[in-house]
Ligand binder design. Structure first.
Ligand code: PXP
Length: 249
């Protein structure tokens, strides 16, 4: 059964819209945990557009589940991760102009540098996950870096129309199979919603889903604790699409 990492960047987005002190993502992380979050995920972006350094520091001191720090593979972020010691670092690509993360990390294209970085982070006791498309060559490159986890990019699945969504789901399922065959542990995320999450949660071997936008959107109506509880219920008991049963490695 997959666990749920709640991404609280959007709480910080609201605060930064006014450059004020509320809403505080640190307090909302506690509410997410009360709702059953198995982990709290934040993306400390180079331009600090939402999550700030103080958020990460306070979250490290207060999160009682697991803290997953999404970050670009840069010297600045590496130094922060080594100092803060999150439970997990998820390495993501980052472009200044993007609204949100676009596409997976090109691990194959920077394998040597990533291998060194993964080694330093894991050597410091931090779990490392690489955010990648469900592509065989990228997954093989992930394996070669020594990272233990991958996070499969679910954006293409989330954005696909009804006619192509089954194909994208099958790619994720196949990606999970290949990753596990390579000895990698599998998370997934990006663009998942209350409407599309269940088939992904039902993929064999799926360990954790990282979900943000849809939960924070629903929280405006029902509160964060309830929104997390509702998402967790879907993930824990997902309807399985019989067309896309996944294979065991
Ligand atoms: N996983 C990764 C690597 C991400 O970059 C994001 C977006 O910050 C998410 C998961 C969560 O995506 P969403 O907000 O669309 O649920």
């Amino acid at each position: 059964m997959a666990s749920l990492g709640v991404n609280i960047d959007h709480i910080a987005n609201v605060r930064q819209a006014r450059r004020t002190v509320e809403p505080d993502p640190v307090s909302f992380a506690l509410l997410a945990e009360l709702g059953g979050a198995d982990g709290i995920t934040v993306h400390l972006r180079e331009d600090r557009r939402h999550i700030q350094d103080r958020d990460v520091e306070l979250l490290r001191a207060t999160v009682r589940s697991r803290l997953n720090l999404e970050m670009a593979a840069t010297p600045e972020m590496e130094a922060i991760a080594l100092r803060i010691q999150p439970d997990m670092v998820t390495l993501v690509p980052e472009k200044r102009q993007e609204v949100t993360t676009e596409g997976g990390l090109d691990v194959a294209g920077q394998q040597a540098a990533l291998t060194d970085l993964v080694g330093r982070l894991q050597g410091a006791g931090i779990g490392v996950s690489l955010f990648v498309d469900a592509d065989t060559s990228q997954l093989e490159a992930c394996r070669a870096t020594g990272a233990r986890w991958v996070e499969l990019h679910t954006g293409a699945y989330a954005e696909a129309g009804w006619d192509s969504q089954p194909r994208e789901l099958a790619r994720l399922s196949e990606g999970s199979f290949i990753a596990r065959s390579l000895g990698l542990r599998v998370n997934a995320g990006h663009g998942l919603t209350y409407q599309n999450v269940e088939p992904v949660a039902a993929i064999e071997g799926m360990e954790e889903l990282n979900i943000g936008h849809t939960i924070v959107a629903r929280a405006l109506a029902v509160g964060l604790e309830a929104a997390v509880r509702q998402m967790k219920a879907l993930i824990q008991n997902p309807r399985r699409d019989p067309l896309f049963g996944s294979r065991q490695p």
